[in-house]
Design a protein around this ligand. Structure first.
Ligand code: FAD
Length: 540
């Protein structure tokens, strides 16, 4: 429905538009040939315009409704949309002109204030940041203290504590045979390492060559604890063996690598008893499981010898070729007029071999010679790694290894393997007091004389200098070269015997321990037969 007026306008418009072409057409048809040239230009233009109009009216515009409003003309949108190619050049402040507003009151004052540059010092820049960081750290610490439980031993400054169980993680487990395992343990927490930084050597658990020590491991379900002997060993991952198998290689902890005893890593050599409470628990642990350790517990301290405070033997390092020769021992002995460190004999069965390995592989290896009698069911029970170390120690003339296997009846330990004891080379006053109970008068006198001599020598140490070539011992390029020479020299019999193994084995070698009173018990067995006694035998 259209309003009538609009309709009319539309109609008149239509009519007028229709009339124009009609008029033009009639004009063009009626025009004579003379008048044509004069009006040619104009008539052409008119003709064009009228042609377009006449075509226009027949055009069908399907998209535009007749009812749609007429398009707006000259809205300026095209002008706005046109791309402005003129570059924008900002005017400097003094070139800008403004006519819109008058100046604000006190404009000069305001401008001066704004213009005055802020003095930015290091403090104004960093203090807010530092304060924010402090607040965040404090909030974090508060959250940590309130929201997290501190585990036992987590904040300890010691790797091991005799009164508190510390958590260790099983990082490697090597099954040697059906019963024997070598297990690598690494402390779960590392807080203790900070206290080791300044004083690593004295804090090291491997720096003693004068004692056997153990740790206690807990079975948490039953709260039963048993002792085990840690060894300064770790597994170096992924070494190719001679069979071209990729197998972790057993290595000795090197004190010179500044890793604080390899981050507290240690190994235990464990025998599994089928109905054993703790050994079963330990050997059932998988990699990543936790064991709780308490210690260290000194099992036995070797008799004092002044040479130990003056000299350290080079550490045994994985291979004989890597081990340094001990060129200074003879010199120190001669210069200070000190006797040799006593030789030891060690009777061990099964895992009882662990204490002597601890003594020999530690960072200050024992200075005397050690005769080892190792008894086992089969030769494979010790495992390739530990066997290799004992073999090399033998080659370096630090030990003499004699193996006794049940599978080889001829090799079984007997009276032929036990020598008579020798008198110790050096006896401290305290040891003499203890020994006096077991020695006769002549022996006590002999020891007393030795002791006086050595005490005088020890007092003179600071003033002594190496005066002549006679004071110096032989010089060797390698430890193997030294071993070839010393191996030919006869060894003085041991003055101390240590026995370690299962109950039956201890009974056989040295007589039973007095378990009721937790005492050593009288020395009997093979050692008792050869006149060894409680002054020179210790049952571990
Ligand atoms: C100072 C010290 C250091 C030690 N170091 C090590 C070590 O490095 N590695 C290691 O494996 N062990 C070591 N032991 C032995 C260890 O402490 C345990 O005695 C052993 O693991 C058995 O404990 P269990 O709880 O498994 O057996 P238990 O529950 O005590 O015994 C269960 C059964 O197992 C058998 N059994 C247990 N112990 C022996 C044994 N010694 N001989 C024969 N049969 C036994 C018996 O039949 C017994 O009835 C050490 C002991 C001492 C005192």
């Amino acid at each position: 429905m259209f309003p009538l007026r609009q309709l009319r306008v539309g109609r008149s418009h239509l009519t007028s538009r229709r009339l124009i072409p009609l008029r033009y057409n009639s004009n063009s048809s009626n025009n004579n040939k003379q008048s044509k040239p004069e009006d040619e230009e104009e008539s052409k233009e008119v003709s064009k315009k009228n042609d377009a109009d006449s075509i226009d009216q027949f055009k069908i515009k399907p998209s535009t409704s007749r009812a749609a409003p007429a398009p707006l003309e000259n809205t300026g949108i095209e002008q706005l949309m046109r791309k402005d190619t003129k570059p924008y050049i900002p005017k400097l402040k003094h070139q800008r002109l403004t006519h819109e507003y008058p100046d604000l009151p006190n404009a000069d004052e305001y401008t001066n204030m704004v213009k005055t540059p802020k003095t930015i010092t290091r403090w104004t820049r960093y203090v807010p940041k530092m304060l924010t960081a402090l607040v965040v750290a404090w909030c974090g610490y508060t959250y940590y203290v309130w929201m997290t439980d501190v585990e036992e031993g987590e904040e300890s400054t010691e790797l091991l504590d005799p009164d508190e169980f510390h958590k260790f993680i099983v990082t490697h487990k090597e099954q040697i045979d059906d019963e024997h395992y070598l297990i690598e343990l690494v402390p779960k927490f590392d807080h203790w390492q900070y206290s080791f930084m300044g004083n690593g050597e004295s804090k090291s658990v491997w720096n003693g060559s004068d004692r056997f020590w153990s740790v206690e491991i807990k079975q948490p379900d039953t709260n039963v604890v048993r002792s085990y002997t840690p060894l300064p060993l770790y597994f170096m991952k992924s070494e190719y063996t001679k069979n071209n198998l990729r197998k972790p290689l057993l290595k000795i902890i090197n004190p010179e690598a500044e890793e604080f005893d390899k981050g507290g890593t240690m190994c235990i050599y464990v025998k599994r008893y089928d109905n054993g409470e703790v050994s079963r628990y330990i050997t059932d642990r998988k990699i990543g499981d936790v064991l709780e350790l308490r210690g260290p517990r000194t099992e036995f301290k070797l008799p004092y010898h002044p040479l130990r405070t003056l000299h350290s033997r080079p550490i045994f390092r994985d291979l004989p070729s890597k081990t340094e020769p001990d060129n200074m021992l003879e010199t120190v002995k001669r210069v200070n007029n000190l006797p040799d460190v006593d030789n030891l004999v060690f009777y061990a069965a099964g895992t009882g071999i662990a204490p002597v390995l601890q003594l020999l592989l530690s960072q200050k290896p024992y200075l005397g010679h050690v005769a080892i009698h190792y008894s086992a069911k089969t030769p494979t029970e010790l495992g390739e790694g530990l066997q290799r170390f004992l073999f090399f120690l033998d080659k370096l003339d630090r030990v003499t290894l004699t193996c006794h296997y049940d599978t080889e009846p001829r090799s079984v330990l007997g009276a032929k393997d036990v020598l008579k004891p020798a008198l110790p080379n050096y006896v401290s006053p305290l040891s003499l007091e203890n020994k006096a109970k077991f020695l006769n008068e002549d022996e006590i006198k002999e020891l007393q004389e030795k002791m006086d001599l050595e005490n005088t020598a020890v007092l003179d140490i600071p003033d002594k200098l190496i005066q002549s070539a006679a004071d110096r011992g032989d010089y060797f390029e390698t430890a193997l070269e030294q071993a070839i020479k010393t191996a030919k020299m006869p060894k003085k019999p041991a003055s101390l015997a240590i026995v370690c193994g299962p109950e039956g084995y201890i009974d056989y070698v040295a007589g039973p321990k007095d378990l009721i009173r937790d005492e050593q018990g009288k020395v009997a067995g093979l050692l008792g037969d050869k006149k060894w006694d409680n002054s020179n035998v210790y049952k571990l």
